[in-house]
Design a protein around this ligand. Structure first.
Ligand code: NAD
Length: 346
């Protein structure tokens, strides 16, 4: 095999269990021979405590701007340091408008929805909608929040969904909206979605009212392939979808902009279990697999994914959140099982 150049990637361990799951993931990737030059960077609670009001120091922003790729642990907003969230800072500075969450059944993870072949992707618009934070009091007893939707925003998120579908060989893109009620804002997403998807003849376009989409995700989740939604609908339905296949310990995501891609677990810093060495690193490891594929290292991604799947299926040394009642193992024992399984052929 020819020796490939190492790809620079910014690693932000973050807060709480972030440090533990980041260390675990880096151990696995190093053992698998991933050619990555890690640039470790600070963000989150420690940055706030150092007096950095945005929660993300300039060196961290410079690193991400340089590498264009980051693997990130959860960041918390410590109480007493203003209202700013370091996550929002990063998302806004790098205009990461797309949040991509794969929803796939994993071997060995038992859920009420198991065995149905759930395998879809939720693509959520990440910067517009009611999350633009434009709120005010109309009178002392009437609050108003503006829902901001643009054609540009709709077009780029639907094109992202189509690109995800094409890249993964998927067939259908479901645009889920509340266009029946909010005819201008949600209606714009529906209309732009229908228009844009005409450019992708290999994909079957579909529109679904978002409340029915929630219902369909629970009663027949296997029908979905790629779904795309405005910010708040996507926020709610992507969490619902994560719950279908095992929940926070195993839910990965990617935040995508035109110049930067940032991969992270869906979960937060889990302060109750931080420092105990028992956090599940699977969600961040699955996020790292998305990152490896993003940088073109498909071989290492496949190898690590296989080792993870074998380990989950064997069911030994699983962390407490996914192990049978009373059988949780330390993060490190789980990591060592995965590493031991790296060499195994499928
Ligand atoms: P959380 O995800 O941290 O925890 C929710 C529950 O899931 C807890 O019981 C926790 O122990 C468990 N859990 C989460 N991840 C786990 C893992 N890998 N292994 C085992 N168990 C796990 O949610 P929260 O308690 O609402 O938030 C805690 C902090 O994290 C808050 O400050 C919040 O703002 C922050 N947060 C950050 C992000 C992010 O950076 N993307 C996302 C969500 C929450």
């Amino acid at each position: 095999e020819t020796i490939r150049e190492k790809v620079p990637v910014t690693a932000i361990p973050g807060d709480g269990i972030g440090r533990e799951v980041m260390a675990a993931v880096r151990q696995v990737l190093d053992a698998a021979g991933a050619r990555i030059a890690w640039e470790e960077a600070l963000a989150g609670a420690e940055a706030f405590r150092k007096g950095i009001a945005t929660g993300a120091p300039q060196e961290t922003l410079d690193s991400i701007a340089r590498t264009g790729v980051a693997l990130k642990g959860p960041l918390e907003t410590p109480v007493g340091y203003g209202e700013k969230s370091a996550n929002v800072t990063l998302r806004k500075i790098f205009e990461m408008y797309g949040n991509v969450r794969p929803v796939r059944e994993l071997p060995g993870i038992h859920t009420p929805f198991g065995g149905r072949g759930i395998d879809f992707v939720v693509v959520r618009e990440n910067v517009e909608d009611v999350y633009a934070g434009i709120e005010h009091m109309q009178t002392p007893s009437v609050a108003q929040c503006l829902k901001l939707i643009t054609e540009v925003g709709c077009e780029r998120i639907v094109r992202l969904a189509a690109a995800v579908a094409e890249a993964e060989g998927r067939k259908k893109v479901t645009v889920a909206t509340k266009a029946n009620i909010m005819k201008l804002t949600e209606g714009m997403m529906k209309r732009v979605g229908e228009q844009v998807l005409k450019d992708y003849p290999s994909l079957t376009p579909e529109h679904m009212i978002v409340d029915n989409c929630a219902h369909q995700m629970v009663i027949r989740p296997e029908q979905f392939d790629v779904t795309v939604m405005t910010n708040m609908n996507g926020d709610i339905l992507s969490d619902l979808a994560a719950g279908l296949v095992g929940g926070l310990g195993v839910a990965p995501s990617a935040n995508l902009g035109d110049h930067v891609a940032m991969f992270e677990a869906v979960h937060g810093s889990a302060p109750q279990i931080a420092g105990k060495g028992i956090a599940n690193p699977t969600a961040l490891l699955l996020s790292a697999l998305m990152m490896l594929r993003h940088i073109g290292d498909f071989a290492t991604a496949r190898k690590v994914e296989h080792a993870l799947y074998v380990t989950l299926e064997e069911g030994r040394d699983l962390t407490g959140d996914i192990a049978p009642e009373g059988e949780g193992a330390p993060t490190q024992a789980f990591v060592e099982r995965i590493i031991a399984n790296l060499g195994r052929e499928s």
